[in-house]
Write a protein that binds this ligand. Structure first.
Ligand code: ATP
Ligand code: MG
Length: 384
């Protein structure tokens, strides 16, 4: 019997949750990303727990143990238990009985095998008891070891229950699939035959998955395959992934960390902000990156206008889009620009200039200063 060991299982907050839930004999099983990633030796970001205790019982057990219980998704059986400030998402075993393609209608169950069957991929339906013992009702382990992302049941049926699974397929493939083994032709055919339902998905859900997909070490093969099935155009109308693989390659050459917004920027699209419901800050950053990448502005000026980090990103995107190599010397120019301070202030020009004329004169002097390579000082600029 295999077991897992990991720090997150034995920390007091997680122990307290397991002890509380199991106090009256309920089953307590870790499931999903925490088990999958521990088996793969990958970092664990959040802890999901499945149990046969009913949601109101979960709340009562938690409160009896002095833990805070927040009914975050009570209608589908999820209660978040806060222990030592760490959230633990506890979901009662479920069995799907119907769906409208977006929301599963569920009934609670006391059978872990039924709970496993309503999950998406075999590698996501591996459970572990609090002592680390693996419970694997659907034989997910061989798929995980082979890094095979396999739908539970018939791919087409599972996609029609929840169309987001098409996108999740590409997300999990990018992170955990074997890049050399390629994609399962049956899964791809099922995705390609069921594009109609993608339009019904909420943009928030699509945005959250695309974000995670584009954060993968190398999302390019998944995105290229997504394009080939026709799904990319459904998620981000007008997107083109031609520059994505070059960008991922350039990130390595330039030793820059993966940045999902840069990756999104090279995909283009008619309205990525609306299609993925980006936050205001993300939308603004994407706009700046795309404008700067598409302009002729030199590296130093980019650094001055955007700061070092965003300027590097913009330059990287530009290289990817036009098929140019990364030039490390640009980094010095960017740094120089990022630390340069325009020496003229509005008050230096007053009262000679007022209102719009003042703005225009400041802009003219700033251009002169930029063209001088930041060399003209305050006196020279005011004299000129
Ligand atoms: P991550 O590391 O990104 O958190 P995860 O596998 O935990 O990966 P979540 O989106 O947090 O992914 O979902 C937790 C688990 O819930 C999944 O592993 C899967 O078993 C199940 N699940 C989530 N979304 C779906 C879905 N749309 N259809 C079926 N099962 C799902
Ligand atoms: Mg998770």
């Amino acid at each position: 019997m295999s077991t897992i060991t990991a720090d997150w299982i034995t920390t007091p907050p997680t122990r307290a949750v397991c002890d509380a839930l199991g106090a009256e004999g309920a089953q307590v099983l870790f499931v999903g990303g925490c088990v999958r990633n521990t088996l793969l030796g990958a970092p664990v970001s959040d802890i999901d727990i499945a149990t046969d205790a009913m949601p109101d019982q979960v709340i009562a057990l938690a409160r009896a143990a002095g833990l805070k219980a927040v009914p975050t998704g009570i209608e589908h059986g999820t209660v978040t238990l806060l222990s030592g400030g760490v959230p633990h998402e506890v979901t009662t075993f479920r069995r799907d009985v119907g769906t409208d393609g977006r929301h599963a209608q569920v009934v609670f169950s006391n059978d872990v095998a039924e709970d496993a069957a309503r999950r998406d991929f075999t590698m996501n339906a591996i459970y572990a008891r609090p002592d680390g013992t693996i419970v694997d009702p659907l034989d997910g382990m061989p798929d995980l070891v082979a890094r095979r992302v396999r739908f539970i049941g018939e791919a087409a049926d599972r996609i029609r229950e929840d169309y987001l699974r098409s996108l999740r397929y590409f997300r999990f493939h990018a992170w955990y699939g074997d890049p050399d083994a390629g994609f399962d032709p049956e899964a791809l055919a099922a995705i390609a035959r069921n594009l109609d339902g993608l339009a019904r998905l909420s943009r928030e859900r699509i945005g959250a998955e695309i974000r995670k997909l584009l954060f993968a070490p190398d999302p390019a093969p998944s995105v290229a395959t997504m394009r080939a099935t026709g799904a990319l155009a459904c998620f981000i109308p007008g997107a083109d992934d031609q520059a994505l693989a070059p960008l991922v390659h350039l990130e390595k050459t330039a030793r820059l960390p993966a940045n999902w917004l840069c990756r999104l920027a090279v995909l283009g699209g008619t309205d990525p902000v609306g299609a993925l419901r980006l936050s205001r800050a993300e939308a603004a950053s994407l706009g700046r990156l795309r404008d700067a990448a598409g302009a002729m502005t030199g590296a130093a000026e980019l650094g001055y206008r955007l700061g070092a980090e965003e300027a590097c990103s913009a330059l990287l995107i530009r290289c990817a889009l036009v098929g140019q190599p990364w030039n490390d010397a640009a980094r010095d120019d960017i740094e120089q620009g990022a630390s340069a301070r325009f020496p003229v202030r509005a008050r230096d020009l007053m009262p000679r200039f007022q209102g719009p004329a003042l703005g225009a004169e400041l802009a003219r002097l700033e251009t002169l200063w930029l063209e001088s390579g930041f060399r003209l000082d305050r006196a020279a600029l005011l004299a000129g």
